[in-house]
Design a protein around this ligand. Sequence first.
Ligand SMILES: [Fe+2]
Length: 353
Amino acid sequence: MIRNLTDRRVLIVDDDRQVRRVLGEFFAVNGYKCHTAGNGQEGLATFDAERPPLTVTDVNMPVVGGLELLKQARALEPDAAILMLTGMADVETAVESLKQGAYDFIMKPVNMDEILIAAERALEHRQLLLERREYHALLERRVGEATRDLAATLRELEDTYRSTLEALGSAIDTRDLGTQAHSRRVRGYSLTIARAHGVPEAEVRDLEHGVLLHDIGKIGIPDAILLKRGPLTPAEWQIMRTHPAVGRNLVSKIPFLRGAVPVVYHHHERWDGSGYPLGLKGEAIPVGARIFAVADAFDAMTFDRPYSRAIDLDSARAEIQRSGGTHFDPGVVESFLRVPLEILAEIRRRSTE
Ligand SMILES: [Fe+2]
């Protein structure tokens, strides 16, 4: 709290009893409440107990001198206003005391008007320091509050985005596969493989978005092709293969989702270059898309689909291991094989519920 200018207490420290008495009476007449002490040690004890806004101290005193008192008092109260009384021979000490944070020094013999003006100024100066400190503390509190509010809002926004993307992913699954959980399971596998593969956490969110939206381009594929029973004609395949590009065009327009583009656009590339849309090879394929390919294939093999029966998780893992270096990035396959089977089974169970 700011102590205001009505706090007019002064501590007078001088080993000369006469000086103490005269200064004490003078300050009292001018509306100050006075404490006095006869040396630096006594002065410090009184300062510590009373914390007066203003201290007037002699420099040369027995036991503890004025400079030491100044240092220790400022250590207790950084904003303490302190005036030094110095003899004519003590100019160096006076300068030193200013360096140590004294507000001013007054030459002895003391001119009473001079010391009163200095005292008022010292108190005003101290008041400004206190107000500035208070203002800074207030600003810091406000900034802290605003930052916390912002972080909470951001988290809410991200949750909302995620739910929206999940719903969209499920909608895509439903139209294509007649099941909603494919995207959710592939997301679970992809994130786990990504972490086993050492993908930086900052990139995992983009990967997640890409996985949920990977087939969004199928919105542009007619039902007659997408839902056709039996093999597609070459012309129909050509249309089917446009879905990564359609997806990229949709997703790249949304700044928040731009990081999902590599997975959306490249999720049908293969390690050996036999995939589409660009036929990229090896590490030219974005790592997110390489991870997705393994996760997607694992899910496709372990769930019944219109054109294939499910196989058990272990066999599916072996199948993926066999395709490392041809269909899949062998490094990603290695990371995938490091994920315990129970964890894969748990992801499958939770995402299907
Ligand atoms: Fe696809």
